[in-house]
Design a protein around this ligand. Structure first.
Ligand code: HEM
Length: 157
């Protein structure tokens, strides 16, 4: 009798805190596992008006239900069906509202293979920044020339 009571004190019940943490991490991994991954080859199989996938910023969207509603028309969506539409989508300068609509069409993430082209978003960003930097450099040069011309003009008088 006494021995069994002493046994239970040697092996106390586990503290509730770590077990709660374990449950939490278990749930997060279940949520992560729920997000489907598509290869480019899989995305390219969905090009029908009634089943149209497109990739924007490495996320895959099912746009079939949106064809009639798109303010830019269905043709532009058909053109990028089964492809990476990041450039086309960003070139138009879509609003925040358009980006919120995208969330409802999300079906999974793009799984980029070794032979696949790199993300268009990352390829486009440096050139845009370089262009912006080039533009501001030009402004500085023009301002310098204006100041030098003004100083030269003052000297000649
Ligand atoms: C599923 C992805 C897309 C969604 C959710 C979407 C959503 C929208 C929305 C809400 C507008 C109204 C203006 C705005 O709020 O920005 C719009 C306009 C437009 N979209 Fe899209 N769009 C998508 C993909 C595309 C693609 C791939 C193109 C290709 C070029 C495109 C071309 C246009 C054009 C040209 C307009 C302007 C229409 C006008 O003002 O006459 N969109 N889009």
């Amino acid at each position: 009798m006494n021995i069994s009571r002493r046994d239970s004190s040697i092996h106390p019940q586990p503290h509730p805190e770590p077990s709660r943490k374990l449950t939490h991490s278990f749930h997060s991994s279940v949520i992560m596992a729920d997000v489907k991954e598509y290869t480019y080859t899989e995305v390219a199989e969905h090009t029908d008006r009634s089943d149209l996938f497109m990739v924007i910023h490495d996320k895959v969207y099912q746009c079939a239900q949106f064809m009639d509603e798109h303010p830019g028309g269905e043709e532009v969506l058909m053109d990028v069906g089964g492809k990476d539409a990041t450039e086309a989508f960003e070139d138009v300068g879509h609003s925040e509202e358009a980006r919120e609509l995208l969330e409802k069409m999300f079906v999974g993430n793009l799984k980029r293979g070794a032979g696949d082209a790199p993300a268009k978003s990352t390829a486009a960003q440096p050139s845009t920044k370089a262009q912006q930097a080039g533009g501001s450099n030009l402004a500085v040069i023009v301002a310098l020339i204006a100041v030098l011309a003004f100083v030269a003009f003052k000297f000649t008088q």
